[in-house]
Design a protein around this ligand. Structure first.
Ligand SMILES: [Zn+2]
Length: 122
């Protein structure tokens, strides 16, 4: 069965063939979360179309971080209403925990949006 674009994006696969992985290791290998493949192992699409391509992904990552802050604040405020230091601690801890996730998805999204790699039938 063919994966659709959303499944491939979610799984961090190549935007063109939806098969090869963009990152070298699964997220569970925490210390290597940032290592990317240079190109797709299946269709040879380049995962770095030009030098500095991912600079703009910083903005996507920034948006993720703001969204995480907002979500943590919202959950705490409505369910626990804790003292201020709890907000600060929870927001800092969650920001650190989400670094690998937001790093990866900001790059994956950026590659999907701007990498110019699409399937023929898309
Ligand atoms: Zn591919």
């Amino acid at each position: 069965m063919q994966r659709n674009r959303l499944e491939a994006l979610w799984q961090g696969r190549c935007p063109r063939c939806h098969e090869g992985y963009i990152f070298k290791y699964p997220l569970s290998q925490f210390r290597k979360f940032s290592e990317m493949n240079q190109s797709c192992a299946t269709c040879d699409a380049s995962f770095e179309p030009e030098p500095g391509f991912y600079f703009g992904a910083l903005y996507v990552s920034y948006a993720f971080t703001i969204a995480i802050f907002g979500a943590v604040w919202f959950l705490l405020y409505f369910f626990l209403d804790p003292p201020d230091w709890v907000y600060i601690t929870a927001i800092i801890v969650s920001a650190f925990l989400f670094i690998p996730v937001s790093f990866r998805y900001s790059r994956i999204l950026f590659l999907y949006w701007f990498g110019g790699l699409t399937r023929k039938e898309d």
